[in-house]
Design a binder for this molecule. Structure first.
Ligand SMILES: Nc1ccn([C@@H]2O[C@H](COP(=O)(O)OP(=O)(O)OP(=O)(O)O)[C@@H](O)[C@H]2O)c(=O)n1
Ligand SMILES: C[C@](O)(CO)[C@H](O)COP(=O)(O)O
Length: 374
């Protein structure tokens, strides 16, 4: 039984990464980086528990990938994410690493564990080989160290050190601020932190994403309703009825959202925008689609193509197809050639044939965002 809990911090916004996909979600083969890194660290040592700090927008999606880890909602800062995770730590020691340090060698993990009883916090550091200036003054580079992760701390000491309003950028700084003891050990250039998009080539352990394709289907149906405007694909149609719905009822957009979520295994529209939630009452469905498109790219996908079939006895769709296609291309941030809009009647059969409402069937194809080729 291990007396060490591993926390892997994956809840950042990746704002400096300059790619469409967040760094923790780039694929290594078929694995998102956060899963690849966490499994890699898990393979180096048995931990009592593995906790993954997840961005709140991705927490439920992350849980789809494995039951082996405890997923905790991250905070607004790295330190707040650590505090959220520490609530679930019951072991004497806690090892905390940035998912951004994707290629940490096993030797660093072993050395941290070997030293765990020798200080409140064990920290891997690198020496500096360049000349160093502080503001404009040259300083002794032998006195400068670059701090890395993972860092191994006494859990109670770390909790005490982080019980402060001061935001630290790492655990050792916080522990030092309460006069805790720090043991610095040799770090590794392989533990480089992935921050900027152009640093990907500096992490040799990262293999390119697989070239698999992923498809998903979406189906939605809405009855007509008096005294409501009709929207399809974000376009207002001059029809006497709108759609009965909690939102603006854009049945075409809803079916496309479900097709996109289906293709990446992220559930369905109701899980993202519950129709019991007042904040979505009457909402413009274009805003929902824009949120889902951001999600799809954030978690590592690109949209290949969309095909959709509107099943409606009324209104006539053909006069608006071109405008609908342009609207969808703008909302999906795609070229029109990869979006197809079909329409058919129900030959006057059933509730659609009686012009009581409209149904839409959509299919979406995704592929992994290829960060190697960007
Ligand atoms: N609120 C936060 C902020 C950061 N992190 C994690 O802390 C590590 C180091 O942070 P950094 O490399 O700065 O990641 P981001 O905060 O995502 O990057 P940026 O500052 O560019 O947005 C990353 O693995 C990141 O996911 C976290 O779990 N919770
Ligand atoms: C914790 C850390 O990796 C130590 O070097 C670094 O402080 C994280 O900084 P970031 O800006 O949160 O990436």
């Amino acid at each position: 039984m291990s007396d060490v809990t591993l926390i892997v911090l994956c809840a950042g916004n990746s704002s400096r990464f300059e790619h469409k996909t967040k760094k923790q979600w780039i694929r290594i083969g078929n694995e998102p980086l956060w899963l690849n890194v966490t499994k890699r660290l898990f393979s180096f040592s048995q931990f009592d528990k593995i906790i993954v700090a997840s961005h709140e927008d991705e927490l439920n999606y992350m849980k789809n990938f494995t039951d082996d880890f405890t997923f905790v909602k991250g905070g607004e800062t790295r330190q707040k994410s650590i505090l959220n995770c520490l609530k679930f730590v019951t072991t004497k020691f806690v090892m905390i690493s940035d998912v951004a340090r994707a290629c940490i060698p096993q030797s660093v993990i072993k050395n941290l564990l070997d030293e765990k009883e020798n200080a409140d916090c064990i920290v891997p550091v690198l020496n500096v080989t360049d000349t160093v200036i502080y503001e404009t003054n040259t300083i002794n580079r032998d006195s400068v160290k670059l701090i890395q992760t993972p860092q191994l701390s006494l859990t109670q000491t770390l909790k005490k050190a982080l019980d402060t309003q001061i935001e630290f950028t790492d655990e050792s700084s916080a522990i030092k601020a309460i006069n805790g003891t720090i043991k610095y050990i040799q770090g590794s250039n392989e533990s480089k932190k992935l921050t900027l998009g152009n640093e990907l080539d500096e992490l040799p352990c990262l293999k390119e994403p697989s070239n698999n394709f992923f498809t998903g289907t979406g189906f939605d149906i809405h009855a007509f309703e008096d005294n409501k405007e009709m929207f399809l694909g974000g376009v207002k149609l001059p029809y006497e009825f709108g759609f009965k719905a909690h939102s603006d009822g854009d049945v075409l957009i809803h079916s496309i959202i479900d097709a996109l979520l289906g293709a990446c295994g992220a559930g369905d529209i109701g899980e993202f925008f519950p129709d019991t939630d007042e904040k979505y009452k009457g909402i413009d469905s274009k805003l929902l689609l824009e949120h889902i498109v951001r999600f799809i790219y954030n978690v590592g996908y690109e949209i290949v193509n969309i095909d959709t079939t509107i099943i409606a006895q009324k209104p006539k769709i053909n006069p608006f197809k071109h405008e609908i296609k342009n609207s969808l291309a703008a909302l999906l941030n795609m070229e029109k050639q990869f979006i197809n809009v079909k329409a058919t009647t129900a030959e006057k059969m059933g509730f659609i044939g009686r012009a009581e409402g409209v149904a839409v069937q959509s299919i979406a194809t995704l592929k992994y965002y290829n960060w190697k080729q960007k």
